[in-house]
Design a protein around this ligand. Structure first.
Ligand SMILES: [Zn+2]
Length: 310
């Protein structure tokens, strides 16, 4: 069974006119799931993350800077820039709290057996946010906060994070570098923002990067997952699999140059669900990251989730 976590506050984050990380992205994802074949989705409201849950991943100085920026944005009714392309609007902190809180609640749900799989339809995305800094459209690193919760609150010893967003999750990698109980696996376009994620970065160790050159399509994507990333994931014997589910490697995406189609998202969704079934009782939590073509999101998100419905 698949559970969906989302919250209306995630639509209230306004990074500014013309910004690609728009509320329309999440509206599009929710509309795509408002369909007969998703009628059995168990729809839940995402709670807000707590300060203690955030502090497992993010340093106190960063959290204080974000709180101060949020107070300034609310006071002035205008956005405050956290970096060149990450803006905190008057309601952005509520969105970020719900996004990270969704990941925590989804981890609790799959570990309690309330559902086998969960999808967090949230924004802002999170995988670029490092323990020290919000960046790259990301405020809190939701997937890392979910992993840290699984370790601290549930006592797990092996949590895997699989990331197929077209950008490298530098923030998640930075978190994993200091947390040996987490395995971080990523396929991404290189060169591309944020410029990290080369072969061998932090490897051997608990990070495995599979950079793909611009123009790579489904065959190259499936090859790196089948030959490198999924075997490593299986060998790790995860007790829980978290997924940074970004849909910006789709050929329609305006921010990158990979050439995936809906069928490739169905493929990775099937592979990850099977791996979760084989190793950790189906416990699979996916968190929405990037994806900036509304047409791509309309097709790719249902294609990815369909194999998790059973
Ligand atoms: Zn991305």
């Amino acid at each position: 069974m698949l559970r969906l976590y989302t919250h209306p506050d995630c639509l209230a984050h306004q990074p500014g006119p013309g910004h690609p990380e728009s509320p329309a992205r999440l509206r599009t994802v929710l509309a795509a799931l408002d369909h007969d074949r998703f009628a059995r989705l168990d729809r839940c409201e995402a709670p807000a993350v707590t300060a203690a849950q955030l502090a497992r991943v993010h340093e106190a100085a960063m959290l204080a800077r974000i709180e101060a920026a949020a107070a300034e944005a609310a006071r002035n009714g205008a956005g405050v820039a956290l970096d060149a392309d990450t803006v905190l609007g008057p309601h952005s902190i509520e969105a970020a709290r719900r996004a990270a809180g969704a990941a925590v609640a989804a981890v609790d749900a799959v570990l309690a057996g309330a559902c086998r799989h969960a999808f967090c339809a949230v924004r802002p995305p999170g995988h670029h946010a490092t323990p020290q800094q919000a960046m790259g459209f990301c405020i809190y690193n939701s997937v890392a906060v979910g992993a840290a919760h699984a370790l601290a609150a549930h006592g797990l010893a092996r949590v895997a994070i699989a990331d197929f967003d077209v950008h490298h999750g530098n923030g998640t990698q930075a978190y994993a570098a200091g947390e040996p109980r987490v395995l971080y696996l990523s396929s991404h376009q290189s060169p591309l923002y944020p410029g990290t994620g080369e072969h061998g970065e932090h490897d051997p160790g608990n990070v495995l990067n599979a950079p793909l050159p611009p123009g790579s399509g489904g065959a190259a994507f499936r090859a790196v997952w089948d030959e490198r990333l999924l075997p490593r994931l299986a060998a790790f014997r995860p007790q829980l699999i978290l997924v940074s589910a970004g849909f910006d490697a789709h050929r329609l995406d305006p921010l990158a140059d990979l050439d995936l189609g809906h069928e490739d998202y169905a493929w990775i969704g099937t592979r990850l669900a099977h791996l979760a079934d084989a190793h950790c009782g189906g416990r699979l939590v996916s968190v929405l990251e990037g994806g900036y073509s509304l047409s791509a999101l309309t097709g790719a998100v249902p294609a990815y989730l369909q194999p998790q419905l059973d």
